[in-house]
Design a protein around this ligand. Structure first.
Ligand code: CAA
Length: 400
């Protein structure tokens, strides 16, 4: 078993780290105060080749792996989770199309967005007011009318929607079939597509989420991705992949919290010594380090599984909830170790703590991740023979 990165992977990781040091870390705090989409830095990330990594070469993309994406997300997440979310928003928006669309559809609708001079954006439109964790409860409707579909509905918390040129929209074509009646459409920005309320958030202020309203939007039938009724499975397959990306951002946040706390613990003196020398602080740093290492391994393993074509639902859920919880815990511990310095916004820990919280919520709450993974664990264990059998009168004991 070889845990080292290939030369190509190492170069990509280094390039993303360099970009973070040069552009993200020095500007993230100031940019946050503007509370708007960080267009200039995202444009630089686009020019540096850090966006749209998973688009196949046949559709104009670099055709890189999910594992490659995790290097970029970890490195940019280290600098700012909000900016990392803005830089990787196309990964989520276009993943359902890479999974379910034909190469011809990708060439027509996605290629022009990823090959021009300026960065262009897609938006993943699944969530609605009444369909958050219960993704199958989508009420947006798509009705076939000749060679077109007419789409009506309201989506919320949609990342990068105000900037988007293409909306990947989950809509019901047969509501009575529930999850089996969901379909996915590519909807270019145009007549009937409106941006609604833009959310004010606690953290990740360098990413933008808003409502998107579809009012009698007509699209040609070629905008249907896959077949009618395949939308829910495409959404689930998408999230299996992209949750590794969130876990990677979380690993970056957890690492940054550790680095800032350790640096502080080395230079801050109280009672005549550096505070890191007190076991109470030192043990916290050890736990933080272990969380980072475990998050990174879970993240890379779940991405690697997807790249091998293996079903990774359980492992991407493990990676997502473990890494996001670790990011939150490490950020909270960094604030605690830094005391007053941790709580004020001139120091980095305060922003890390605000940003980390969203990692436990978006792309499926950490409770949903536990639901997904525990369901699989129970299914896997149903026919498991552990070799342990309780016998009553020479027979297997009945299950209570
Ligand atoms: N791959 C393929 N198929 C899958 C699958 C997977 N990973 N998971 C489920 N399915 C299939 C099932 O096999 C089942 O198919 P059959 O009926 O043929 O057997 C079908 O899908 C329905 O599955 P479930 O019965 O498990 O569905 P459910 O309604 O109970 O919901 C859920 C399951 C896991 C809770 C799902 O609703 C879910 O993931 N919810 C969270 C949604 C989410 O993550 N939202 C985040 C939005 S994106 C975002 O936040 C980013 C942003 O921009 C802010």
């Amino acid at each position: 078993m070889d845990f080292s990165l290939s030369e190509k992977e190492q170069k990509l990781f280094e390039r993303a780290k360099e970009f973070t040091r040069e552009h993200i870390t020095p500007e993230a705090n100031e940019l946050e105060k503007r509370n708007e989409f960080p267009k200039e830095i995202v444009q630089k990330a686009y020019e540096a080749g850090l966006m749209n990594l998973h688009i196949p070469t046949e559709a104009g993309g670099p055709g890189l792996s999910l594992l490659d994406e995790t290097f970029v997300s970890e490195a940019t997440g280290y600098g700012c989770a909000g900016l990392a979310t803005s830089i990787m928003c196309n990964n989520l928006a276009f993943a359902p199309l890479v999974i379910g669309a034909t190469i011809e559809q990708l060439k027509k609708y996605v290629e022009p967005l990823i090959t021009g001079k300026d960065a262009k954006f897609g938006a993943f439109c699944l969530t609605e007011r009444g369909a958050g964790s219960d993704a199958g409860a989508v009420a947006t409707r798509a009705v076939r009318d000749g060679d077109e579909y007419i789409i009506n509905g309201l989506k919320c918390y949609i990342t990068s929607a105000p900037q988007a040129s293409l909306f990947t929209v989950f809509a019901s074509t047969q509501p009575e079939l529930k999850t089996k009646g969901l379909s996915v459409f590519m909807i270019p920005k145009g007549k009937g597509v409106k941006i609604g309320h833009i959310e004010n958030k606690m953290g990740q202020l360098n990413s933008v989420q808003s409502e998107v309203i579809f009012e009698d939007v007509r699209v040609p039938k070629e905008c249907l991705v896959g077949k009618e009724g395949e939308g829910f499975k495409i959404a689930m397959k998408t999230l299996d992949k992209t949750r590794a990306g969130i876990a990677a951002i979380a690993t970056g946040v957890a690492q940054r919290a550790l680095d800032e706390a350790a640096k502080f613990a080395n230079i801050r003196h109280q009672f005549g010594q550096a505070i890191g020398r007190f076991q109470g602080i030192g043990f916290m740093l050890a736990d933080m380090g272990a969380r980072v290492a475990a998050s990174r391994l879970l993240t890379r393993y779940s991405a690697w599984m997807a790249d091998q074509g293996m079903m990774n639902s359980k492992d991407s859920a493990f990676a997502k909830f473990f890494a996001a919880d670790s990011a939150m815990q490490n950020a909270t511990d960094a604030v605690q170790i830094m005391g007053g310095y941790g709580y004020i916004s001139e120091y980095p820990a305060e922003k890390l703590m605000r940003d980390a919280k969203l990692l436990q919520i978006y792309e499926g709450t950490n409770q949903i991740q536990r639901l997904v993974s525990s369901g699989i664990i129970l299914r896997e264990s149903a026919n498991l023979d552990t070799g342990f059998h309780v016998k009553y009168d020479g027979k297997d004991a009945p299950i209570m």
